[in-house]
Design a protein around this ligand. Structure first.
Ligand SMILES: C[S@@+](CC[C@H](N)C(=O)[O-])C[C@H]1O[C@@H](n2cnc3c(N)ncnc32)[C@H](O)[C@@H]1O
Length: 273
């Protein structure tokens, strides 16, 4: 026997359609349980119990759209999150990219408040120093994109509290950050990173082609068709031989899976042939 659906379900569809219309943002790309949880948080905050009543709040108080977006975008991140993943990048990916005789383009997609793209920038700066060509670091461009403008503001300030930097090896902390807290990043690092507000569900990649696309702990919130479309976009946006890195609990599926080579299964590192 099918479980009875809650009576408010019809108005959920209407509410989501309204948000898409008003904001041009594909909210229906998110997994439904995730959407329901986030909507419940905002509805509680506004003291309403039905999706219809919440739609009326959006009409009356347009700032509520931003608060909902804020609830939907979970910005948890830190520098060198999953250090073993960064070790694979350092040992397997960067030496090869650094050997390419042209500027290297990287995309940190869903970069939150900047810890991920700045960690990548630090790796590239270290690689250039190891090669004895510190000037080479300026040949890297890291596009750092996120839907959440508040997170990008933090990225632009480039100042971080102690918990954000706890995985940063001490030598790197001393070399690339000012004394803290807050720990301020060296401009030699920040200048490699270009913040761009960007919606992964609806917009084309910002400045393809890329040598490396890092998209970690983001696609997990999207439904399956959205993920498949995004993986195809990533494939098309990579140069032949380019790398795609997903989060530790994420993986490729759909027709595009067979097009990528699996470079390092445990770290979810793939490669366009
Ligand atoms: C959990 S954080 C991941 C941060 C970083 N990649 C990491 O792994 O540490 C997820 C980020 O995805 C962003 N995000 C969610 N939906 C998005 C969308 N449609 N387009 C772009 N970014 C999105 C959120 O704003 C949030 O900053």
């Amino acid at each position: 026997m099918m479980a009875a659906r809650p009576p408010d379900d019809a108005t959920l569809g209407a509410l989501l359609a309204k948000i898409e219309r008003m904001r041009g943002f594909l909210i229906t790309s998110y997994k439904e349980p995730c959407l329901r949880r986030r909507l419940a948080v905002r509805m509680r905050a506004r003291g309403v119990h039905t999706f219809g009543a919440y739609a009326a709040i959006l009409d009356r108080i347009p700032e509520e759209y931003d608060l909902l977006l804020d609830a939907l975008t979970i910005n948890v991140t830190k520098f060198f999150r999953n250090p073993e993943t960064y070790a694979v990048l350092r040992e397997r990916v960067l030496p090869e990219l650094a050997g390419r005789r042209r500027a290297v383009a990287v995309w940190s997609a869903g970069c939150a408040s900047g810890e991920e793209p700045y960690s990548l920038a630090i790796l590239f700066a270290e690689q250039a120093a190891r090669q004895g060509t510190p000037g080479a670091r300026s040949h890297v461009r890291i596009d750092a994109t996120d839907l959440d403008p508040g997170a990008l503001e933090v990225l632009k300030r480039a100042e971080y509290q102690a918990p954000a930097v706890e995985e940063v090896p001490r030598a790197l902390l001393a070399r690339w950050f000012g004394p803290g807290p807050p720990y301020r990043l060296d401009p030699a690092i920040t200048r490699l990173v270009h913040p761009i507000r960007h919606d992964l569900t609806g917009e084309p990649p910002p400045q393809p082609p890329y040598d490396l696309i890092v998209c970690r702990n983001v696609v997990i919130y999207f439904d399956r068709p959205t993920q498949e479309r995004l993986f195809q976009k990533f494939f098309d946006a990579l140069v032949p031989g380019g790398f795609l890195l997903l989060g530790k609990v994420e993986t490729l599926f759909g027709p595009v899976r067979g097009k990528f080579l699996l470079e390092e299964p445990r770290e979810r590192l793939f490669r366009r042939p």
